[in-house]
Design a binder for this molecule. Structure first.
Ligand code: G3H
Ligand code: 13P
Ligand code: ZN
Length: 284
């Protein structure tokens, strides 16, 4: 079926009180693995591409791969831009067929973040594309967050309602203690902050840096209003594990298909497991 918007997928998730995985892709095997896993679980799915993925694969390849995968799939698929920081590129993605875009203005002053998000929301809404914005700064696992940093970086509930109303954005990524990449320590999520945020806005909340967050914590976050759960690192790990396993098993193998096939299988298993944890199995 044609691509569907993030807004539609997340509205259904809100109604059914479950979360939907947003899985990052960089190449054909990753796209195929995500769709195969979602189909096996009969789950809606969001496939997202970062600026780095677009640089690596090319915008046309990302759009071509995901659009074709969606057309063939029996489940709803959304193509989402992850962490767009460049206004022109976000608009380009809208024009080329993404069904959802994120503008990440988290490093900008609040009013500037609102102003650019609002402009993107207006353009996207005019052509039926949904939007995500970021408020607060989601750390990388290399960033050591001190107690003082915490208040400076985490989403401030006092800005949330103002931001949502002024920008008109469809979904909001928040900083509540997760980080991108492999965790060095188990993350400690600020559930009280999430609960407060949820009480202030009605739009779906997005959790970035979700790889490595214990399942029970992800499920608690879903019960507190998180609807979109971003996973990249766990897919990367599975890819390399599958690839390395195949290379170790047959060091003389030179057929890429014999190496990338097992990588794809390992990713399917991880994505299926995540979908089950998020509760979206059977919700397509
Ligand atoms: O949020 C970051 C995602 O994991 C994408 O990472 O920018 O290296 O593609 P990337
Ligand atoms: P992970 O690095 O935890 O997989 O997070 C991915 C992400 O948030 C993409 O936007
Ligand atoms: Zn992210």
């Amino acid at each position: 079926m044609p691509l569907v918007t993030g807004k539609e997928i997340l509205a259904a998730a809100k109604k059914g009180n479950y979360g939907v995985g947003a899985f990052n892709c960089n190449n054909m095997e990753i796209v195929q693995a995500i769709v195969a896993a979602a189909e096996a679980e009969n789950s809606p799915v969001i496939i997202q591409a970062s600026q780095g993925a677009i640089k690596y694969a090319g915008l046309d390849y990302i759009v071509g791969l995901v659009t074709m995968a969606a057309e063939k799939a029996k489940i709803p698929v959304c193509l989402h831009l992850d962490h767009g920081t460049d206004f022109q590129q976000v608009v380009q993605c809208i024009a080329r067929g993404f069904s959802s875009v994120m503008f990440d203005g988290s490093k900008l002053p609040l009013e500037e973040n609102i102003a650019i998000t609002k402009k993107i929301v207006e353009i996207a809404a005019a052509v039926g594309v949904s939007t995500e914005a970021e408020l607060g700064k989601i750390a990388g696992t290399e960033d050591e967050i001190t107690v003082q940093d915490k208040d400076a970086m985490f989403t401030d509930p006092k800005d949330v309602q103002y931001f949502a109303e002024k920008s008109g954005v469809d979904s909001l990524a928040v900083a509540i203690g997760t980080a991108h990449g492999q965790y060095k320590f188990e993350p400690k999520l600020d559930f009280a902050r999430l609960d407060k945020i949820r009480s202030l806005v009605d739009i779906p909340i997005v959790m970035h840096g979700s790889s490595g967050v214990p399942d029970a914590d992800v499920q608690k976050a879903i019960s507190l209003g998180v609807r979109k759960i971003n996973i990249d690192t766990n897919i990367r790990e599975a890819f390399v594990r599958g690839l390395k396993g195949a290379m170790d098993k047959n060091p003389r193998e030179i057929d890429p298909r014999k190496l990338l096939g097992p990588a794809r299988e390992a990713m399917i298993a991880v994505v299926r497991e995540k979908i089950r944890v998020f509760g979206s199995s059977g919700k397509a």
